[in-house]
Design a protein around this ligand. Structure first.
Ligand SMILES: *[C@@H]1O[C@H](CO)[C@@H](O)[C@H](O)[C@H]1NC(C)=O
Ligand SMILES: *[C@@H]1O[C@H](CO)[C@@H](O)[C@H](O)[C@H]1NC(C)=O
Ligand SMILES: *[C@@H]1O[C@H](CO)[C@@H](O)[C@H](O)[C@H]1NC(C)=O
Ligand SMILES: *[C@@H]1O[C@H](CO)[C@@H](O)[C@H](O)[C@H]1NC(C)=O
Ligand SMILES: *[C@@H]1O[C@H](CO)[C@@H](O)[C@H](O)[C@H]1NC(C)=O
Ligand SMILES: *[C@@H]1O[C@H](CO)[C@@H](O)[C@H](O)[C@H]1NC(C)=O
Ligand SMILES: *[C@@H]1O[C@H](CO)[C@@H](O)[C@H](O)[C@H]1NC(C)=O
Ligand SMILES: *[C@@H]1O[C@H](CO)[C@@H](O)[C@H](O)[C@H]1NC(C)=O
Length: 582
């Protein structure tokens, strides 16, 4: 497939969206390479026909993927079809593959290589074997032309959700995953990712990495987008475009707020270089490692040819945000934004409220770096005996540094009273590749750099960070001690007729509720599996009205768009989609 021409072309989808033609296969795009062709009525052609008919007859109610080879002396044709995970094994899959296998010889009459994409399926064949390898070329991008509001946060939520889908799909037996994420009360984001099933998890992962890396350039700010490669595809919309899964969407994550960045290093790379490709792969690896119990991950990406193209990178999340999913959001944002904010730079550090991301062409693992230093001091001034404050602060940080460096998490938190009304909270964290000694050094180094911290803040180094919060509270010396919480009343002693629940009842209630939730969750999980494993035709409820509303099509636009497949159409204008090859 690499031999296919690389060109840019823009045009609009000329079939109406699926809600108008829901029973028919919806064609999207095709690519045939005219660099290798066969002569009509040749053995090769007969092999192609044989292959297509085998593929078509294997798209029945029990499959969603099939690969086959037709081999004769000097002539082989390799081919496969892939149905979208949620339609696999349904009539939609069968219909789609039937149409694709019938259309392919018409659209690519003499070409030896072809890929044809539909909404519900994909068909590919070639004279060269491509099984088990990832092809990210040719690529097709489609966008929904409607804009999103709150673009920055949308991109963050999208990136996090896509990365999660990619990780899940790469490790899924059917190489498919879909996910809903609540963006706001009104808007839910639906994301989907799928690889062909001949790929291993690692190869699939890589394909997703390349696909997701295209989203900012193709689809940023848009309500929907797709990247279609021969080996994998990703898609997102703000309406359900796949059979919905019954699990409720996760809570809205908190936004990643960028605090500082450093791309002052002079080393640069060129576009489409091996370094860039390694960087994409590294960033993808990092963002896919944000599980709910990982606050740190370091990785290396290199290509076999040239060790100079190796990229080293890591992320570090606040230990406190890992379990909430905010680490995932933050790292997803960082991996997306860093290459945009520091274009072509080989040495980049970017700090957010919830995480830090760093990469370089030189290994920095196990090395304590206190430069560049990014102090983000709070403003305002605490009315406090300054010399006492510094004393307490210095002592706290010393203790904290010893504590954090002693922990395998390289994280510690400490609260100290400065005076009757002022308290100090210090949080310290090092990257986990540091030795105990280096971590200790790094944290203490910060306080040496800013000995006169007045109001707290965040103090960021590449290898460690300190967060200092000073809180002042009004002192109301109570004349009598605060009321004690009421003693846990036993049921028998409680006067009848009062409506308050006793702690006992509340506890029993909570346990029952917990059990109920567990049972329901378990049921949902089981059901989800079942839906995936069986034909999900009942679940395949494309809500047409909803789709129509969400898309808010302007019929005038569609007409204009379908009238002329002009290359002059500007990107992002003229109907439902934008398509171009990479
Ligand atoms: C292949 O396609 C390109 C672009 O569409 C065209 O310029 C070229 O002439 C074609 N080559 C052949 C052999 O048909
Ligand atoms: C689906 O196709 C495969 C291969 O042709 C065949 O073995 C299987 O029995 C078919 N299943 C159904 C339900 O038709
Ligand atoms: C494929 O489906 C389209 C409608 O989506 C239809 O117009 C076309 O005739 C079909 N092609 C074949 C070969 O059945
Ligand atoms: C979407 O935003 C772009 C620029 O941000 C603007 O040019 C375009 O008109 C907007 N499209 C719609 C449909 O609002
Ligand atoms: C299908 O793909 C696998 C690789 O994933 C390959 O080993 C196998 O030979 C292929 N099957 C056929 C019939 O070509
Ligand atoms: C401020 O604190 C220092 C050290 O604790 C103490 O020696 C000094 O007397 C204090 N000054 C005031 C005005 O309280
Ligand atoms: C560090 O860990 C060791 C062994 O777990 C313990 O004895 C020591 O007190 C710890 N030091 C600090 C400063 O927490
Ligand atoms: C992570 O860092 C350690 C050093 O702390 C290094 O030995 C290891 O190879 C790194 N892992 C990767 C995947 O680069």
């Amino acid at each position: 497939m690499n031999s296919m021409t690389i060109l840019l072309l823009i045009f609009s989808i000329f079939t109406l969206p699926s809600f108008l033609t829901s029973k028919e296969a919806e064609y999207l795009y095709h690519v045939c390479s005219n660099t290798t062709t066969f002569t009509p009525n040749s053995i090769f052609q007969s092999n192609v026909n044989h292959l297509l008919s085998t593929l078509s007859s294997n798209a029945n109610s029990s499959t969603g993927f099939y690969n086959d080879t037709v081999q004769t002396t000097n002539n082989a044709v390799y081919g496969l079809f892939l149905c979208r995970g949620d339609v696999a094994g349904t009539d939609a899959c069968e219909t789609c593959v039937a149409n694709a296998t019938a259309e392919a010889p018409q659209r690519c009459p003499i070409e030896k290589e072809a890929v044809i994409w539909y909404d519900d399926c994909m068909l590919r064949y070639s004279y060269e074997s491509f099984f088990s390898t990832s092809a990210e070329n040719p690529g097709v991008f489609l966008t929904n032309t409607q804009n999103v509001t709150e673009q920055t946060r949308f991109n963050q939520v999208l990136a996090a959700s896509m990365n999660e889908v990619a990780t899940e799909a790469a490790n899924d037996a059917y190489k498919f995953a879909a996910k809903q994420t609540k963006f706001s009360d009104q808007i839910t984001l639906y994301s989907l990712g799928q690889c062909t099933q001949d790929l291993s998890a690692a190869v699939c992962d890589r394909c997703f990495g390349v696909a997701i890396a295209q989203l900012p350039s193709c689809c940023s700010g848009k309500q929907g987008g797709r990247v279609l490669f021969p080996s994998c595809n990703v898609r997102y919309e703000i309406y359900p475009f796949y059979a919905e899964n019954p699990i409720a969407p996760e809570p809205t994550p908190t936004e990643a707020v960028r605090l500082a960045e450093d791309c002052t290093g002079t080393a640069t790379f060129t576009q489409n270089s091996a370094f860039q490709s390694n960087l994409h792969s590294l960033l993808f690896t990092l963002s896919s490692k944000t599980t709910r119990d990982t606050s740190f991950y370091n990785a290396t990406a290199s290509s076999s040819q040239n060790p100079d193209d190796t990229v080293y990178g890591l992320f570090l999340c606040g230990v406190d945000v890992v379990s909430t999913g905010d680490c995932k959001t933050c790292v997803a944002t960082a991996t997306l934004e860093a290459p945009q904010r520091c274009p072509n730079r080989k040495n980049v550090i970017i700090w957010y409220n919830n995480c830090m991301l760093r990469y370089s062409d030189v290994s920095f693992f196990s090395r304590a770096d206190d430069e560049p230093f990014a102090p983000r001091e709070n403003t305002g001034k605490v009315t406090v005996n300054q010399s006492r404050f510094y004393e307490v602060l210095a002592a706290s940080v010393t203790e904290l540094a010893a504590q954090a460096s002693n922990e395998s998490s390289k994280f510690a938190i400490k609260t100290e009273d400065v005076s009757g009304s002022i308290s100090l909270q210090v949080l310290g964290q090092c990257t986990q590749d540091l030795s105990s000694r280096d971590c200790n050094w790094c944290l203490r180094r910060i306080i040496e750099k800013v000995p006169r911290i007045q109001e707290g803040g965040r103090f960021l180094c590449p290898s460690c960070r300190l967060t200092i919060e000073v809180s002042q509270y009004n002192v109301h010396t109570p004349s009598s001690p605060p009321p004690l919480p009421p003693p846990p009343a036993s049921i028998g002693a409680r006067p009848k007729g009062r409506s308050r629940l006793s702690p006992y009842i509340i506890i029993v209630g909570s346990i029952l509720a917990f059990i109920a939730v567990t049972v329901v969750l378990g049921y949902c999980l089981a059901r989800r599996r079942a839906v995936r494993n069986n034909a999900p035709s009942q679940e395949n409820g494309r809500d047409d009205t909803k789709t129509l509303e969400s898309l808010q099509f302007d019929l005038g636009t569609i007409e204009t768009a379908t009238n002329k497949f002009s290359d002059n159409n500007k990107l992002g204008e003229g109907g439902f989609g934008v398509v171009f090859k990479v």
